[in-house]
Ligand binder design. Structure first.
Ligand SMILES: *Cc1c(COP(=O)(O)O)cnc(C)c1O
Length: 399
């Protein structure tokens, strides 16, 4: 038995690219020149809608950028952190660490304030760190750390930044559109996300929602021409056009995806559907013996990390292949903390698809002769999770 999405492709239970609707794919079946009036109008509407989702009407502007999500994270850090500035990066996973790497490459000074991968970053620790620190101009945080699926308290972090008069930069990549991020309650200078995550469009476009004054101040600051969001903003404000070849079809798809997003009921409704997906997934997996890395209170309805089962008959690569053959693509783990794998609950799918995925898991455990998905106790010897080096290649192949 195999399940397939309407396009005949496997369901993507991953952090992106994700399953998109037939209409979102269909929207890309047009050619427009970069100066085409219709295209320019669509581009403008997309930018306005994205600002509205972030509660930034009047104060913020949306600057889109070609590329995957990392391109716009890199553009944000390079554009807004002054060359003599310093970023305090709140890191509890690999996307926080990636921001540190970006700062290193871009030549921006940074400090790390780290938390374990299974723990949200701590606003009180930030408060203490900023109290006796005059160097930090910017604080950077990941809203949902996709490494584990943990949600970070951006609103409280925003308040601490405001109290200390520091600017907040948010990597909202895997949360935007599903978890609320509102410029009126979380005073951020800039936040970035992308087309191919919770907005359920095709990948290829990142965007930055930034305070207009900050954009204006950022002139000549960027470390790279193609990643200069000030320049991109000024050019687009002038005539509505992109500086360099626009990803036309990606924008057409995103436009359609945003219409579907609004029809569904915006952030509240999308977040609700993902929370239903999460509940079906986690309840079902727990019934099969699996254990989540995170306690429910800090689990975002985006992607779930499961600990590797202890049963030596369970091999992740084999499990992954069998799931794919049944029509479900899952994701390797990325933790340094413990062997794990991940299953996403975002994209154009609902509780029915999650239930079907769970029966696939159950069927496969049966095929493998694995009685329970229970993980081994921490540091148990001879455990699959420790000895399962067969999975190392796949785990490391993941970006
Ligand atoms: C997906 C993601 C990114 C961007 O990753 P790309 O592979 O470059 O699209 C950045 N931050 C977070 C938290 C993400 O989930």
């Amino acid at each position: 038995m195999s399940a397939r999405s309407p396009s005949g492709d496997p369901w993507l239970l991953t952090p992106g690219p994700l399953t998109t609707s037939p209409e979102v794919k269909e929207a890309a079946r047009h050619d427009y020149g970069s100066r085409d009036r219709h295209f320019i109008d669509v581009n403008r509407q997309v930018r306005e809608r994205l600002v509205a989702i972030a509660g930034g009407q009047g104060t913020h502007a949306c600057v889109p950028l070609q590329g995957s999500g990392t391109f716009v994270v890199e553009a944000m850090l390079g554009t807004f952190v002054p060359r003599d500035g310093q970023v305090l990066i709140l890191a509890n996973g690999s996307y926080g660490q990636r921001m540190a790497k970006i700062c290193q490459v871009a030549g921006r000074r940074f400090e790390l304030l780290e938390a374990p991968e299974d723990t949200p970053v701590d606003p009180h620790a930030l408060d203490r760190a900023l109290a006796d620190d005059a160097q930090t101009s910017h604080v950077a945080v990941v809203h949902c750390e996709t490494t584990s699926g943990v949600v970070n308290p951006v609103e409280a972090i925003g308040r601490v930044c405001a109290e200390h008069s520091r600017s907040l930069l948010v990597d909202a990549m895997s949360a935007f559109g599903a978890l609320p991020l509102d410029a009126r309650s979380t005073p951020f200078e800039a936040a970035v996300a992308a087309s191919g995550k919770c907005l359920e469009s095709t990948p290829g476009l990142g965007f930055c929602i930034a305070r207009k004054e900050a954009l204006e101040r950022a002139r000549d600051n960027a470390h790279a021409l193609s990643l200069d969001l000030h320049d991109q903003h000024v050019a687009m404000e002038k005539n509505g056009q992109w500086r360099f070849t626009p990803p036309v079809q990606t924008i057409l798809s995103l436009h359609r995806a945003l219409e579907e997003f609004e029809a569904e009921g915006g952030v509240a409704a999308r977040g609700r559907r993902y929370r239903e997906n999460l509940k079906v997934l986690v309840d079902g997996m727990r019934e099969l013996g699996f254990a989540t890395l995170l306690p429910d209170a800090v689990q975002a309805p985006i992607i779930v990390t499961f600990r590797m089962p202890a049963d030596p008959r369970f091999g992740f690569e084999d499990f992954y292949e069998r799931m794919r053959r049944r029509g479900y693509v899952i994701y390797p783990g990325k933790l340094t903390l413990a062997p794990s794998f991940r299953i996403g609950c975002i994209g154009r799918l609902g509780p029915a698809e999650m239930r079907a995925a769970l029966s696939a898991v159950e069927g496969i455990l049966g095929e493998m002769g694995v009685a329970s998905g229970a993980p081994c106790a921490p540091a148990a010897s001879g455990c699959n999770a420790v000895a399962g080096d067969g999975d190392a290649a796949l785990l490391q192949a993941e970006p």
